[in-house]
Design a protein around this ligand. Sequence first.
Ligand code: F6P
Length: 357
Amino acid sequence: MKKQKRLGILTSGGDCPGLNTVIRAVLNHATVTYDWQVVGIPYATQGLQERKSVSLNYHGLDLHGIDPLMCFGGTILGTINKGDTIAHIDEIAAGYHDLELDALIGIGGDGSLSILHQLQNQGNWQFIAIPKTIDNDVALTEKVVGFDTAVNTIVDAINRLTFTAASHDRVMIIEVMGRSAGHLALEAGISGGADVILIPEIPYSIQQIYRHLSELRTRYLRKFAIIVVAEGAKLAEDSRKYPQCEKPSCGMGQYIADEIKEYSNQEQETEIRVSVLGHIQRGGIPSASDRLIASAFGKAAVDLVVAGESGLMVSWQNGRVVPVPLEAVLAKSPCSVEPSSFLVETARALGIYIGKQ
Ligand code: F6P
């Protein structure tokens, strides 16, 4: 009898909504279409290091056949976004063979995919990557799993905070994640109707923010304002109070609040509140769009595995899923917001202050 092939799947790096939807797609397609056995590797490379795997069964998760994987946030396999993988690279790479895997699918962001790529080379694995991250900074793909849900979560928060800001005539500063990239702040800021968007790719000046807020008040009679700030936003060199202080320990949102307060003291008191959205942005059930991307990526990754391909990442291009060499992706990641992009232009055209021109 022909030996059933064994496909491993793991989630690596920070979690995001849609990971379980990818696992579901891979599991269903590999078992139903190709009769492969699918095993989950818990806690990413840690599972390989400890030679751990769990059997995943098609529709075997619930007595009634309900499949919660489609809509659960997080990852049922667990994940890690730190640890000294390089110190244990031989051991982890060998884990693939000790677990008798014929192929491995890894779902990760640019950092974790780079580690998995090194392990693939070291261990001579058959490996296919699926991009996920709320930061949206993986190159050579128009979409990644998790970003859309995070943008929707932020827009929901902006909607709520707008009502309370307006009721009290306050400036509301909303700090969002994104590491060194401003995609989350930019897309959520435009969609949520922000007045100011601050991203790492375009330095801002406190004076200009203050002038923009004053103009909103005096010329357009707006008594409140919404500022969306990326956690990695950068103050322009010439307006930095402390030249070394690129990343204030109080957080970017609080830092800007303090700076605006200090600057505005000369004229009139501005009431400011800061909301740091934090890990709320990583939680929640995946949006329809993330479920669709996750399903299409999972299906395409399994097809590549069965075709014997390796070292590729599935990417979204012009409404299709296209394989691209993982090495080429990593050479261009993390990818930032292009300061002259049409979305930045759109923000400016709508009267949003988005940093120094
Ligand atoms: O990369 C995803 C991300 O959520 C970033 O936006 C954020 O800076 C970081 O992870 C937070 O990491 P942790 O979960 O370790 O606090």
